[in-house]
Design a protein around this ligand. Structure first.
Ligand SMILES: [Fe+2]
Length: 428
């Protein structure tokens, strides 16, 4: 943490003025579908999902089919290159589906690839994707898409899921169109809404449809997403069956999975399942990952429960317990930045150490709802550790640019691209 400086206050107005200029330079990747054409197939929860691999040269794939025999296979190639085959693992599920997980290795930076996967024994139509820089890189952070949370306000689950899936597609589209070089997405938990219960077939059915909604955006066929386990996900096996997380552990485990990590360029990403309140397990996980990655310059922790958030969850028993025990471990391990969700309200703290403002401390950022599927009543009183808060009922997303000497963070509204906070620069 030596010499770390957090520079805040590049004027909000500058980014608002600049944004129209940025939005002219559209990404040249052929993105799918106009808004009007966006359709979700409610019973197709088999779509392939990409996840960052153990490091930037690897990529994880996961998809459902119905074939328990044979190999889970991906083939991948450059335009004029040899075809490489990668085999993985099948997991037969109770409902007749099979979850396939494959890891692809030896990827090069800034390179166009094509991949195809074996779906019920048939090779799918090739999908084109491009790796980004393996040095300086950008990623987009989205809070609580919570596909299906709109259903309460709509006529049916179907209507709610369609609406949330549409808006999930929209926030991904905005973040990619306005920022050419996004390497991957980070999602802060509550990917879907329905909390699965044992032997509750109706809930299992709705959860499957919500996963169809989450997986529907075509962007997810070529942009990896690293998901966090939220309180709505913690007991849902759909989470670990649909997403192929790298470096998984049994520490911090619930039914959905445990803590996991990956590295990309000079950064270690630590994903904690804070639904599990066994702090010693999270401590062990963090220390193990740190030991294996001593040369990483930046360390970013991602977990769902916003221990220094600006919303109603602040006084929840679990959040209080985490706030009491977790920061010390994060500080001891020199974490530079923490990303959370849970409150569906954007907030950013002062740099904090020992529960106090400290220029060498950790900045905690909580994402708002990235889809607008659910907002809580906001609370007027703002805690003294909050430097900036945005509690309007507007979906937002955050872009984080990582380079050798700094991390630059901007957060914008999805609907009009306006910034909701100053640009944050963390220097080290
Ligand atoms: Fe949530």
């Amino acid at each position: 943490m030596k010499n770390k400086k957090i520079i805040i206050g590049i004027l909000l107005s500058i980014s608002i003025i600049c944004f129209p200029l940025l939005s002219i330079s559209k990404n040249n990747t052929s993105y799918p579908l106009n808004d009007e054409e966006y359709k979700i197939s409610m019973d197709d929860f088999s779509k392939i999902c990409l996840t960052p691999g153990e490091n930037e040269t690897m990529l994880n794939f996961c998809w459902y089919d119905t074939n328990p025999d044979g190999n889970s296979q991906i083939k991948i190639w450059e335009k004029y290159g040899d075809i490489m085959f990668y085999k993985g693992l099948k997991n037969e599920l109770k409902d007749g589906f099979v979850s396939n997980k494959v890891t692809v290795k030896n990827l090069k930076e800034n390179t166009t690839y094509y991949y195809s996967y074996s779906n019920d024994g048939i090779w799918t139509k090739p999908v084109k994707f491009k790796t980004k820089s393996f040095k300086d890189f950008n990623f987009a952070f989205m809070g609580d898409p919570q596909i299906g949370a709109s259903s309460k306000k709509m006529n049916s689950h179907k209507d709610g899921i369609e609406k949330d899936s549409f808006n999930w597609n929209k926030v991904i589209k905005k973040s990619l169109e306005n920022n050419d070089d996004i390497s991957f997405l980070v999602c802060g938990g509550d990917e879907t809404n329905t909390i699965e219960e044992k032997n509750n077939i109706e809930k299992a059915k709705i959860s499957n449809i919500e996963y169809a909604g989450f997986l529907n955006p075509n962007y997810l066929r070529f942009i990896p997403v690293a998901n966090t386990i939220g309180n709505h996900d913690k007991d849902n096996e759909n989470f670990c069956n649909h997403f192929n997380m790298p470096n998984t552990s049994h520490l911090g485990e619930t039914k959905a999975g445990g803590d996991y990590y990956f590295t990309y360029s000079n950064t270690l990403f630590l994903f904690l399942n804070t639904n599990n309140l066994n702090i010693n397990e999270h401590k062990e996980f963090i220390e193990n990952a740190m030991k294996k990655n001593t040369y990483m310059k930046w360390k970013i922790a991602v977990f769902h429960h916003d221990i220094y958030g600006g919303g109603i969850h602040n006084n929840d028993k679990d959040v209080k317990e985490l706030r009491h025990k977790l920061p010390y471990i994060l500080e001891k391990n020199n974490i530079d930045l923490v990303l959370c969700g849970h409150d569906h309200i954007y907030s950013r703290t002062y740099p904090l150490k020992n529960n106090k403002k400290n220029s060498k401390g950790i900045v905690y950022i909580t994402g708002s709802s990235s889809t607008g599927s659910k907002f809580y009543k906001h609370i007027d009183k703002t805690k003294n550790y909050i430097k900036s808060k945005y509690d309007k009922e507007e979906p937002t997303y955050t872009i984080i640019k990582v380079s050798e000497n700094n991390i630059i963070i901007t957060t914008n509204k999805v609907n009009d691209d306006k910034s909701i906070d100053n640009k944050i620069i963390i220097e080290k």
